[in-house]
Design a binder for this molecule. Structure first.
Ligand SMILES: NC(=O)c1ccc[n+]([C@@H]2O[C@H](COP(=O)([O-])OP(=O)(O)OC[C@H]3O[C@@H](n4cnc5c(N)ncnc54)[C@H](OP(=O)(O)O)[C@@H]3O)[C@@H](O)[C@H]2O)c1
Length: 445
């Protein structure tokens, strides 16, 4: 057992940073036993030195400029808990790797945009870079895929990756309230940011999905290739409709490798509000909880579930990475590549054509309440080769529209998504359709 401590510098002392300090102080003895040496925080940095953070910082050196942390001789690992895809967090990451020090982060935006470059530099420098907390907060899903499921070909990886959206959708489901009201309530309770765009438009989930997909499939991370759609347009009437058809609505990140004739992996990555069958485990994940499903060719279906955010859970994942570094680094073992496979050996990320993707879909139209409208909708479906499994029309009162429009919802049989797109194109100029139609895909069991 090593006696010398692993020396840490922390950049960012907000929710997660203060949580990491509390965890390391509270569980110091057991962490020392588990990693074979003590962890010691030696230096910290944030913007405001005078702010009360509920933790005692008097024993740690303070740096006004966080990018000075890796230059310190008394630091082995720099932990970045600031956030932002670029700017000081990225400068700090690059300087840390250049200085030959280990780097741990919870920053999904930075890993989604710059993770491959950082991993490449870290592999050449022989230093560890870890980011367990960047995906699904406290849930050890990166470790689960890199280690526990490492022997499997992963067929699909998908899940509930944003707690704010899940809270909003499950509250709309429980209360029948509209999206805007539930969002305001979530903001008041601290579950949603004052600017909720990253969450409700699916960008945060897309960051996490792109990281998961790279690790699950051994492909280059490509955040730009994720088709992203959020939950702003989901109505409480859609939730009621989905319920009567046997589904709940959840914002899912979905990644899979599509079969292809040319032998090249075509990667499908999408964040989208899905209809989830009520007997699927994800249908029972409520509130701000996250859950990830990975389907392996030998292990079958794995479900990882837990808190996707919050000081304690996120600190748990950050410190787990630090413990790994304390155990492995400076041993005879080679440093694990951050994405499990060296960057130079990852497969190219060739995006799949979503139009060829097969599945069932829910389509919702707001239409004028007049004769012939249903026939117009069904004719467009027929002409685009979309086969309708069920169709329901709601009266104006139950449709949630204040202009007298009525809602027509339909579920398609399994077919190519491109056909649904074609049907909507055929209806694009129809003066019967009063609002942009909503398409939600249906999760295949
Ligand atoms: N919160 C969660 O539950 C959660 C979960 C998973 C991942 N994450 C990720 O963890 C990271 C931190 O999140 P958080 O919620 O802890 O954020 P936060 O509460 O806003 O804290 C950010 C910290 O960074 C410091 N900071 C910001 N800009 C800085 C700059 N230019 N120079 C030095 N320090 C700067 C702030 O300093 P001051 O305090 O002095 O203003 C603050 O201490 C983000 O990447 C986030 O995506 C968070």
């Amino acid at each position: 057992m090593k006696t010398e401590p692993l020396r840490l510098a922390l950049a960012g002392l907000g929710t997660v940073g203060a949580g990491v300090i509390r965890l390391i102080e509270t569980n110091a003895a057991l962490i020392e036993r588990r990693c074979g040496r003590p962890l010691r925080i030696v230096a910290v940095s944030a913007r405001d030195r005078g702010k009360d953070r509920g933790v005692d910082l008097s024993g740690y050196a303070w740096e006004d400029d966080m990018t000075a942390l890796p230059q310190r001789d008394d630091v082995d690992v720099v932990v970045e808990l600031v956030g932002g895809s670029d700017g000081p967090a990225l400068t700090l990451a690059r300087k840390t790797v250049e200085s030959g020090k280990a780097f741990v982060t919870a920053n999904k935006a930075m890993i989604a945009h710059h993770g491959l470059g950082l991993a490449r530099d870290a592999e050449s420098a022989g230093v560890p870079v870890r980011f367990e907390a960047a995906v699904a907060g406290g849930i050890p899903v990166i470790k689960g895929l890199r280690e526990g499921a490492a022997a499997n070909e992963i067929e699909r990886v998908y899940g509930i990756l944003n707690g704010t959206c899940n809270y909003i959708l499950s509250t709309m489901e429980d209360t029948g309230a509209d999206f805007a009201d539930v969002l305001s309530e979530a903001q008041a309770m601290g579950y949603a940011e004052a600017d909720p765009t990253f969450d409700i438009d699916g960008i945060d989930a897309a960051h996490k999905l792109s990281i998961l997909a790279s690790i699950a499939f051994g492909t280059e991370l490509d955040f730009g290739a994720v088709t992203t759609d959020g939950i702003r347009r989901v109505l409480s009437a859609d939730i009621a409709q989905a319920d009567s058809l046997g589904y709940v609505i959840r914002l899912l990140g979905m990644a899979r490798v599509e079969p292809s004739a040319d032998g090249v992996k075509h990667l499908f990555q999408r964040v989208h509000p899905y209809l989830v069958p009520k007997d699927h485990p994800l249908a029972h994940v409520d509130g701000a909880t996250n859950a990830v499903v990975a389907e392996g060719n030998f292990v079958g279906r794995l479900l990882f579930q837990g808190a996707g955010a919050g000081d304690g859970p996120t600190a748990s994942a950050v410190v787990a990475d630090i413990i790994d570094i304390a155990r492995l680094w400076e041993s005879e073992n080679e440093i694990d590549p951050p994405f499990s496979i060296p960057v130079s050996e990852l497969d190219a990320n060739v995006p799949a054509e979503t139009g060829n993707h097969r599945g069932k879909a829910y389509l919702r139209f707001m239409v004028k309440d007049r004769p012939g409208v249903l026939a117009e909708l069904t004719a467009a479906m027929r002409d685009a080769n979309v086969s309708i499994e069920s169709l329901i029309q709601k009266g104006a009162k139950d449709s949630g529209a204040d202009d007298g429009s009525v809602m027509v919802a339909m579920v398609t049989h399994e077919g190519e998504e491109g056909c649904v797109t074609r049907a909507l194109e055929l209806l694009a100029d129809s003066d019967s359709v009063t609002a942009e139609p909503l398409v939600m895909h249906i999760l295949r069991q």
